[in-house]
Design a protein around this ligand. Structure first.
Ligand SMILES: CC(C)(COP(=O)(O)OP(=O)(O)OC[C@H]1O[C@@H](n2cnc3c(N)ncnc32)[C@H](O)[C@@H]1OP(=O)(O)O)[C@@H](O)C(=O)NCCC(=O)NCCS
Length: 182
């Protein structure tokens, strides 16, 4: 199943809501993701994402099944963009286990690296990943992200605080970087 990455549009809201209501493992996201979302919540998210793109504070995209381009299978985003320090954070999730382990996450990450470093001229991209989330750690380390430290008890999940790994990749030309191959 090849995938297409594009901005969400308001017309995607029903399909987005449907896909999200079946999503699994959203607790793996280290940012807050309150559930369940209503269609109204999804529409607000999409219109907020459009405003954020105009303001250049975040770029949030859907990952769509190329065989059924109206059906989102996940999201890929750059958020928390800071233009003074030219840095931002990366978030990726494929909502269903059936969509994972097929290279879509790697493709989405390469796409975001290209957007962040080449098109937007950012200097640093970072990600936060639970220590136990092996696929996600592998995904980022395969793409040149380095572990910078552990954020102790950073996230509250299912009744307990969990440690999270902070990973980052710097743009080409920086003193502490893996050359970008995007
Ligand atoms: C993390 C995630 C985005 C990775 O995307 P993906 O499409 O499944 O990953 P890919 O198929 O591109 O594989 C990336 C690497 O992870 C490895 N990997 C994939 N699934 C794995 C698993 N279950 N266990 C161990 N490694 C795994 C792959 O082998 C690959 O490494 P390799 O090329 O060296 O073999 C996806 O699994 C996901 O959405 N998971 C749930 C939500 C989540 O954890 N999001 C990230 C929060 S920080």
């Amino acid at each position: 199943m090849p995938v297409v990455i594009r901005p969400f549009e308001l017309g995607d809201s029903e399909a987005f809501h449907l896909a999200l209501s079946d999503a699994e493992d959203l607790h793996l996201l280290t940012t807050t993701f309150e559930r369940p979302w209503t269609v109204c919540d999804v529409r607000s998210y999409v219109s907020r994402a459009q405003d954020e793109a105009i303001a250049k504070t975040a770029f949030r995209y859907g990952v769509f099944d190329a065989g059924d381009p109206s059906m989102p299978v996940g999201f890929a985003e750059l958020h928390g963009l800071d233009w003074i320090h030219r840095r931002g954070s990366v978030g990726i999730a494929l909502w269903q286990p059936a969509a994972r382990g097929k290279g879509h996450g790697s493709l989405a990450l390469q796409w975001l690296l290209n957007l962040g470093f080449r098109r937007l001229g950012l200097h640093r991209l970072q990600a936060t990943v639970f220590e136990t989330n092996k696929p996600s750690l592998k995904l980022f380390e395969n793409s040149g992200f380095r572990r910078e430290g552990i954020l102790k008890e950073y996230a509250f999940v299912e009744g307990g605080f969990l440690d999270v790994v902070l990973l980052a990749r710097l743009a080409v030309g920086s003193s502490n970087t893996t050359p970008a191959s995007t």
